[in-house]
Design a protein around this ligand. Structure first.
Ligand SMILES: [Zn+2]
Length: 148
């Protein structure tokens, strides 16, 4: 994963998402980030903000069920939109770019996945994979902002 693969995001999308964190106050939003996979880079093409306001950090009993819905949504979006990559994202209004405990638990439960964290200043991806090793492989996906 660390083979120099790059992640690009158009400036307009970066600004919209980080501004949404600023406007949302303490409210966490969640959504989907869509991207196209190229040979040497992945580029964000679009996003959707989910309309459910459930706090991803505060409902530990329901996250498994919720996450399974999400996996279903991912497949559906990929088919409908014909896009290569669908990443789950949510905001951290406190500015923390690291994963919360619940985020970790979800990734652990899924065995592998990507979680995108949006703060008021940054968008960062966390790649996680423990399918083939006891100790999970982790990687951060740093987005490069491009102006169109
Ligand atoms: Zn989180």
């Amino acid at each position: 994963m660390t083979s120099g693969y790059r992640y690009l995001i158009p400036e307009a999308i970066f600004d919209e998402l980080t501004n949404k964190v600023k406007e949302s106050g303490d409210t966490i939003f969640q959504g989907w980030l869509f991207a196209e996979r190229k040979d040497y880079f992945g580029i964000v093409t679009d996003y959707i903000i989910g309309d459910d306001e459930s706090n991803v950090h505060e409902k530990p009993k329901s996250w498994m069920r919720m996450k399974k819905n999400k996996i279903f949504n991912m497949r559906k979006y990929k088919q409908e939109r014909g896009c290569d990559i669908v990443w789950s994202m949510h905001s951290h209004p406190d500015g923390n770019e690291e994963l919360h405990e619940v985020d970790e638990e979800i990734l652990n439960y899924l065995s592998t996945g990507v979680m995108i964290i949006v703060t008021a200043n940054n968008i960062i991806g966390h790649f996680y994979d423990k399918r083939e090793s006891k100790k999970a492989i982790r990687d951060k996906m740093l987005f490069e902002i491009i102006s169109e």
